[in-house]
Design a binder for this molecule. Structure first.
Ligand code: SF4
Ligand code: SF4
Length: 438
C-alpha cells in the first residue's frame, strides 16, 4: 500500500553540544555523529558541504521504511476495554471511568474478547511477538474475563508456536493474590497508575463512592508484586498536573514504594479541565525533568540502572536510531477493542467514529490507509518544519488539539537535553542497559 508524501520541508539536521564536544543529529533515521576537531566549524561554515553529507547520511538503509511513505503494517497488539466501570473517580480521566460518556455501557463479554484475540493471531505477523492488553475503566472489575483470556491466549500460543504477551493498566486497588500470580506466571507488562505520595495521589485519585483516597489500598496490594514480580514487569506511571510539579518528591515517593520503572505524563487535557498544563507550566516542568534527570544520570555513572522511564526510553530510542512518522501504533500495529467489538485506532477514542477502523471480522484497508495518511507527521502543519519531527512524531493524536508553542518548545528542549545526555552518558547507559536495548 503506498502513499508517498512530498519531501518534508523541515531541517534535516540538528547541531548540539555536550560536555564531550560538538555533535549533529541527522533528523531522518535519527543518527548521531560526533564532529571532532575543526569539523564542527566546517559543518557550520559550509552549508552546501553539510547538505551533501546530509543527503548521504539521510538515506534509508536496507530494511528501513522510507519515512515519507504511509506504511500499513499487520495488527500486532490490541487492548481490550474489558470494563465500563471504575471504583475510583479521578477528575482528569479520559474514559469517563470506562463509560466514555455513555458510549460504552456494558462490560466486554468473553465471546467478544476471544473473537478479538483470534483475529489478532490470525491477521498479525506470526514471527513477531503479539500483545494482548487489558484496559477499562478499571480492568480488574472484570477479573474473571482477564484470567480466561490469558489462559486462552497462552493455549493458542502454545499450539501454534506464537509469542503472546500481555499488558494491563490498573489502579491497583482491586488486585488479589490470584491476579498477582497470573501476572507473575506470564510475560505481563503491568502499568500502575499512581501519582505520587499519599497527599498528591489521594487528591488526584479519590475513591468513587467514599470520601477517601486510594493510595493506601493501592500500595498494600501492589507491594507483594513489586517484591516478587516473577515474569511481570511492573511500572509506575504518574499523571503530572500543574498543581503538583515537584517531580523529585514524586519520584522519591514512588521509589520508596518499591517501583524501579517510574514515568511521568503531563496532563495536557483533562475531562474536568482542572490541573491541565497552561503555557506557563511547560518551562517549569522542563526544569523539573532536567533536575531529576541530572540526579539520575549521576547514579547511572555510579553503576546503578536508570529507574526514570522518560529518560531511559529517550536514551534507548537514541541508541537504536528510532525514527517514526507516528507517535504510537494507533491504527497501524495497535488497536483498541470496545465492549461492542468495534476496533478503534486508540483506547482513548472509544466511540469516536473517526477512529473506528473495523471489527474482529475484518479491518477496512481503505479506512486504515486514510487514517494513517492524515496523521503522518509530515501532514501536520507545525511539525513538517520541526527538527524533532521523527522523534516526537507530532505527539499523541488525542492531544494534538492541545499542541501549543509552549508545549512544542518543551518537547524540543527535553529532546535536546536527552541528545546531550546521550552524547555524554551513552557508554554508561549501554553498559548498564545493553541487554534490554539489544
Ligand atoms: S508536536 Fe511540536 S515538537 Fe513535536 S514534531 Fe510537531 S512541532 Fe515538533
Ligand atoms: S493516540 Fe495517543 S493515547 Fe492513543 S495510542 Fe497513540 S499515544 Fe496512546
Amino acid at each position: 500500500m503506498g502513499t508517498v508524501l512530498p519531501a518534508a520541508a523541515g531541517p534535516d539536521c540538528k547541531r548540539f553540544r555536550s560536555p564531550r564536544g560538538e555533535h549533529v543529529l541527522v533528523v531522518p533515521f535519527s543518527q548521531i555523529y560526533d564532529l571532532p576537531g575543526d569539523s564542527a566549524e566546517t559543518w557550520d561554515a559550509d552549508p552546501e558541504r553539510a547538505a551533501r553529507s546530509l543527503a548521504e547520511l539521510s538515506r534509508a538503509r536496507p530494511g528501513e521504511v522510507p519515512l515519507g511513505e504511509v506504511h500499513v503494517p499487520a495488527p500486532q497488539s490490541l487492548s481490550l476495554n474489558v470494563s465500563q466501570a471504575c471504583n475510583l473517580a479521578c477528575g482528569y480521566c479520559y474514559a469517563g471511568r470506562g463509560s466514555f460518556g455513555g458510549r460504552q455501557t456494558t462490560p466486554m463479554s468473553l465471546a467478544t474478547a476471544l473473537e478479538a484475540v483470534d483475529a489478532l493471531l490470525r491477521d498479525g505477523d506470526a514471527a513477531a511477538p503479539f500483545t494482548v492488553g487489558f484496559l477499562g475503566g478499571e480492568p480488574f472489575v472484570n477479573r474473571a474475563l482477564i484470567h480466561k483470556v490469558v489462559a486462552y491466549g497462552s493455549q493458542r500460543a502454545a499450539e501454534r508456536g506464537l509469542d503472546v504477551r500481555y499488558s494491563v493498566t490498573t489502579n491497583g486497588t482491586l488486585l488479589e493474590e490470584g491476579d498477582l500470580e497470573l501476572m507473575r506466571s506470564h510475560r505481563f507488562a503491568v502499568t500502575v497508575s499512581i501519582d505520587g505520595d499519599s497527599a498528591i495521589h489521594d487528591r488526584q485519585r479519590p475513591a468513587a463512592h467514599a470520601a477517601r483516597g486510594s493510595w493506601s489500598e493501592l500500595v498494600a496490594r501492589i507491594r507483594p508484586l513489586l517484591a516478587s514480580p516473577g515474569r511481570a514487569q511492573v511500572a509506575a506511571r504518574a499523571t503530572i498536573t500543574r498543581d503538583g510539579l515537584d517531580l523529585r518528591r514524586i519520584f522519591a515517593a514512588l521509589r520508596a514504594v518499591g517501583f524501579r520503572d517510574i514515568g511521568f505524563a503531563p496532563l495536557r487535557r483533562a475531562a474536568d479541565s482542572a490541573g491541565a498544563f497552561t503555557a506557563a507550566d511547560w518551562p517549569r516542568y522542563l526544569g523539573e525533568l532536567e533536575a531529576l534527570a541530572r540526579e539520575q544520570l549521576a547514579r547511572l555513572r555510579a553503576g546503578e540502572p536508570l529507574s526514570f522511564a522518560n529518560l531511559a526510553i529517550a536514551l534507548k530510542q537514541l541508541e537504536r536510531g528510532a525514527a517514526s512518522p507516528y507517535p504510537c501504533g494507533a491504527g497501524g500495529g495497535y488497536f483498541s477493542v470496545a465492549s461492542d467489538g468495534t476496533w478503534y485506532a486508540c483506547h482513548r477514542a472509544i466511540g469516536d467514529p473517526a477512529f473506528a477502523l473495523g471489527t474482529s471480522r475484518g479491518l477496512s484497508a481503505e479506512a486504515r490507509q486514510s487514517f494513517l495518511a492524515q496523521r503522518h507527521v509530515e501532514r501536520q502543519t507545525d511539525c513538517v518544519r520541526c527538527w524533532a519531527r521523527y522523534l516526537c512524531s507530532g505527539g499523541c493524536h488525542q492531544e494534538a488539539p492541545a499542541r501549543s508553542a509552549a508545549s512544542c518548545d518543551f518537547i524540543r528542549g527535553w529532546l535536546e537535553f536527552c541528545l546531550a545526555a546521550y552524547a555524554e552518558y551513552g557508554a554508561d547507559f549501554h553498559a548498564r542497559h545493553s541487554r534490554s536495548v539489544a
